[in-house]
Design a protein around this ligand. Structure first.
Ligand code: AMP
Length: 114
């Protein structure tokens, strides 16, 4: 698997505005935010796309959602609401091939999906 920007962020070789970290997960602000709050929640292990998930990753994905919930509370957007998005491959507009969940909020978001 080729090295991604996110692997470098995990190893602290690239700077990032980290808002949450535990043994398995890191969350940091998106460098090109699409909303007042735009945080990326990533696993520390490298998984390229959602297509590469196995049954053994079920708990990890659950922990990513719970981490996003904590960050949403921390950012003060939990009650008004937010959106959690995974992009996968070309049609999903995935650019970085290390799975990540976008946490978007802090304003009225439009549409429901695309
Ligand atoms: P995706 O299109 O789902 O692959 O999203 C990748 C996201 O990573 C985009 O929203 C980028 O703005 C974001 N991104 C790329 N490089 C960095 C970086 N060094 N620090 C924070 N976010 C980044």
């Amino acid at each position: 698997m080729s090295e991604t920007i996110f692997a470098k962020i995990i190893r602290r070789e690239l700077p990032a505005d980290i808002v949450y970290e535990d043994d398995e997960i890191l969350a940091f602000r998106d460098i090109n935010p699409k909303a007042p709050v735009h945080v990326l929640v990533i696993p520390k292990i490298e998984i390229a796309t959602i297509n590469d998930l196995e049954d053994e990753h079920a708990e990890l994905i659950g922990k990513m959602v719970l981490a996003a919930q904590k960050v949403a509370r921390q950012e003060g957007i939990a009650e008004e609401g937010y959106r959690l998005v995974f992009n996968c491959n070309q049609h999903g507009c995935q650019v970085v091939f290390h799975i990540h969940m976008h946490l978007l909020g802090g304003k009225q978001l439009r549409g429901s999906a695309a």
